[in-house]
Design a protein around this ligand. Structure first.
Ligand code: ANZ
Ligand code: ZN
Length: 801
């Protein structure tokens, strides 16, 4: 027979699928929505690292297809954002032009994977027909009081010259370009995501997501229970409100710290401290929140004022330090150096007393080397002494409430979402500023508000977007009162489109609604979402927020967008993430040419556990290529033989189905591939033994392989004599009974000494076991047998004299 020719086979079947799509919506099958995180179409194209996620999602889609589902497996483009804009600044090419070119290249490269994407569903976030709805959601949020303006110091990237959301600042650096982030005071559009904090937290329970991602979201939302307490300022009628999660430590509060931005700083600062305080504040304001939290060496300055500890009634000094953040809790804290690490470092550095109020065993430690942060027994705490601290934590707030100086509160780390970007290549925020009416939304029927062309893309750096220079566009009339007014010139962040795109795929041509009720009900939400873990907080949190809002205004009737989530690891080469900037990119093109798509698909899975980062080794693809050749030859050599299946063949088939199915269900895709290799060898052994292999086993193997290596599977299915696609089959099933071992091995002994082993039927009687054992011992027994012992399933012992 002809040898495996991947080029011809792949060409033939890619053409066949184009003319005969395998995934059809007959209106009767249940849907299964398997979604890839859509790519940003960069100029550098796809490398084998990108392929990984797309292969995984296609395998999963085809598996569900074989399980009787109609698959929704769309693809689109997250195409607004900085790279296209930076390219425009450098090369003078309009982002619209470079984006369109990149999309065309990307699409061609994506099609090479032979995934079952439904290109009729394609969306592009920069298409006015799409961003009309991104703007519409903003208008709806504005009307619902969820979009508002606020002047505040925001994270500012001096290199990208734009404001950033907290989520876009990673270790104090701009998520995109790595430049240290500073602060800038700007009037911002904000989205009130904090209003959804509790729902975002609680609904995590509904999701079949990796625990790691749920924990990252839980920590980001950061709900904590504590108390607010008012501390009197000594010699004044003013009080300072603090937030603490540890009211049980109140007796140990020996100083207080205010954030440098706190409103009371200037009135608390004594004249002799004024210069030092002002200098300190200047420096602190330039630092990012992350630096402020993480800086090892504590810094601070004394205000000269004192507060009164409400329980000890003792005066405690009031300091200013940047480790207290202005926008968390009340921006002021009571400091308990004995039980808080940061306070401990601070007190050590500035010589402030450390008083222990909680101890492991009720005894004071002579010299604390570090803060004791565990619960324990209350000491040095007046009438609370001897109580366990967890009880005190609950009861002290009640006392404070009775004293009228405190109350229980809940706090969140989650902040409202800074939603304005001072850049060009984004959705214009559809708001008109009118002197009389204030901010007025563009009427819904006038959307989309088109992004106008500019001459210069350079960010102004003043905090204004390049759109501010287009006077004809900026100057307009108020939609409410008709007077001259000005358009908002900030644009939306790149996250805006990606927060809801998955809803649009299923009704991408609807010009009346974001998505029709009928289609939403039929095809949404997403059953399986596949993408990189780097989106664990940003995109996945924003999408959940948008979905909940759209549910609240009746657009959809579910409140979680992604039921199941799988995060694939990265492909690394020579230890570094594969990327053009690192110069370690492997292009799929040569591999497709030399080994074929089926081999590359298999190698993408074989390279390592899909959830982990895996090292790429070009030589590894040889192994899967050899496997495909061997399998091809096995089928071709045996397809025309008529072989009655033996028990061994039937068992092999059931075990094969079982092993591949359970590994696939567990997303252990690398072991699926090794499973194919292993069973292929077993089949080859059987052929050697029996002269052939039965048709049922061969066909089952072909169907099992189909989601992973679809071209060769189609070809072999046709070679078996079928004239329909292999994907018209249903996924094979197995019989649990067939997995059981029917033969077991037992030890055979003479006078307690093992002389060999023998295979017997698992349910053999004592008599059969002993007879089988005697066959092994033939010629070895001398003397007379006085006893025959059978320990079921384990040993036959013949006692002789
Ligand atoms: C006294 C205390 C004693 C505290 C102790 C902790 C341990 P989470 O769990 O993160 O909510 N805190 C409050 N507001 C702050 C701010 N704006 N900037 C920095 N730190 C702030 O942490 C709450 C705890 O962090 C609060 O409880 C407060 O310190 C501090 F043994 O109060 B604690
Ligand atoms: Zn007006």
């Amino acid at each position: 027979p002809t040898p495996y020719n991947h080029k011809e086979i792949e060409k033939k079947w890619r053409k066949y699928w184009q003319e005969n799509p395998v995934n059809v919506n007959d209106g009767k099958k249940p849907k299964y929505y398997c979604l890839d995180m859509f790519p940003y179409p960069s100029g550098s194209g796809l490398h084998v690292g990108h392929w990984r996620g797309y292969v995984i999602s296609d395998v999963w889609s085809r598996y569900k297809l074989l399980n009787g589902y109609y698959i929704i497996h769309p693809m689109g483009w997250d195409a607004f954002g900085l790279p296209a804009e930076n390219y425009a600044i450098k090369m003078g090419v309009h982002p619209r032009v470079s984006t369109a070119e990149n999309i065309a290249t990307f699409k061609k490269q994506l099609e090479d994977i032979s995934a079952i994407y439904d290109w009729d569903m394609e969306v592009n976030t920069t298409d006015p027909e799409f961003y009309k709805w991104t703007q519409w959601i903003f208008v709806k949020m504005f009307k619902a009081g969820l979009a508002y303006q606020k002047e505040m110091p925001i994270n500012w990237c001096p290199s990208c010259k734009t404001g950033l959301a907290n989520e876009e600042v990673v270790n104090g650096e701009c998520e995109r370009c790595g430049t240290p982030v500073t602060k800038k005071n700007l009037k911002q559009w904000m989205l009130r995501i904090t209003k959804y904090a509790d729902r975002l937290l609680e609904d995590l329970n509904k999701l079949d997501w990796p625990e790691k991602v749920k924990k990252m979201q839980t920590d980001w939302i950061g709900k904590s229970y504590g108390a607010e307490v008012d501390f009197e300022v000594q010699g004044s009628d003013k009080t300072i409100k603090i937030y603490t999660t540890r009211p049980d430590t109140l007796y140990g509060a020996t100083f207080m710290v205010l954030a440098p931005e706190h409103a009371m700083v200037s009135e608390l600062t004594k004249p002799e401290q004024k210069e030092a305080v002002e200098e300190y504040i200047q420096k602190a304001l330039m630092k990012s929140s992350v630096d402020r939290m993480q800086d090892k060496e504590k810094t601070g300055v004394f205000t000269g004022s004192y507060a009164i500890n409400p329980l000890t009634k003792k005066p405690i000094p009031i300091w200013i330090s940047d480790y207290v953040l202005a926008d968390y809790g009340t921006g002021a804290i009571m400091c308990v150096p004995a039980h808080d690490e940061r306070d401990f470092d601070f007190a050590k550095k500035f010589g402030i007393p450390i008083i222990q109020v909680i101890s492991k065993d009720g005894k004071e430690v002579p010299e604390l080397n570090e803060a004791y942060t565990e619960p324990g027994i209350m000491i040095n705490s007046g009438e609370w002494n001897g109580m366990d601290s967890e009880t005190a934590k609950k009861e002290i707030p009640d006392l404070l409430e009775k004293m009228g100086i405190g109350k229980k509160t809940v706090n969140y780390k989650l902040r409202d979402w800074v939603f304005s970007r001072q850049r060009y290549w984004g959705e214009p925020i559809p708001i008109v500023h009118c002197e009389d009416c204030g901010p007025v939304p563009v009427p819904e029927e006038e959307l989309p508000l088109l992004l106008p062309d500019v001459e210069k893309y350079e960010p102004t750096g003043t905090g204004e977007s390049p759109l501010a220079n287009i006077h004809e566009w900026v100057n307009t009339t108020c939609p409410q009162c008709g007077k001259p007014a000005k358009r908002e010139t900030n644009t939306m962040p790149q996250w805006a489109g990606s927060s809801w795109y998955f809803l649009r795929y299923v009704d991408n041509k609807n010009d009346k609604e974001l998505v029709s009720k009928e289609k939403a009900q039929k095809y949404l939400p997403v059953d399986m979402y596949i993408g990189g873990v780097e989106h664990a907080v940003l995109h996945l949190l924003y999408s959940r927020f948008y979905t909940k809002f759209l549910k609240d205004i009746g657009v959809v009737d579910f409140d979680e967008p992604f039921i199941r989530l799988f995060n694939q690891g990265m492909i690394v080469k020579n230890g570094a993430k594969m990327s053009k900037s690192k110069g370690n990119v492997v292009s799929p093109d040569d591999l497709v040419r030399d080994y074929g798509r089926d081999s590359l698909r298999l190698y993408e899975l074989f390279v390592g556990p899909p959830e982990l980062d895996s090292e790429w080794d070009d030589r590894g693809i040889d192994g899967v290529y050899r496997f495909l050749n061997r399998f091809y030859n096995l089928v071709m050599d045996n397809k025309d033989k008529t072989v009655e299946p033996t028990q061994e063949m039937i068992k092999l088939r059931h075990r094969f189905v079982h092993d591949i199915t359970t590994r696939l269900e567990n997303f252990s895709l690398n072991t699926v591939v090794s499973g194919f290799m292993e069973y292929n060898n077993k089949m080859i052994d059987l052929v050697k033994k029996a002269g052939g292999i039965d048709r049922d086993t061969l066909e089952t193997a072909i169907i099992l392989l189909a989601p992973f290596a679809p071209h060769i599977s189609e070809e072999l299915w046709a070679q078996m004599g079928h004239d329909t696609s292999v994907f018209k089959n249903t996924w094979p099933t197995y019989d649990e009974e067939m997995l059981k071992d029917s033969e077991i091995e037992i030890a055979v002994q003479i006078n307690g000494k093992t002389r060999g082993t023998v295979m017997i039927p698992a349910d053999a009687s004592k008599e059969t076991a002993i007879n089988k054992a005697k066959e092994v011992l033939a010629g070895k027994i001398s003397g007379t047998i006085i006893k025959e012992i059978y320990v079921p399933g384990k040993i036959v012992n013949i006692v002789v004299k």
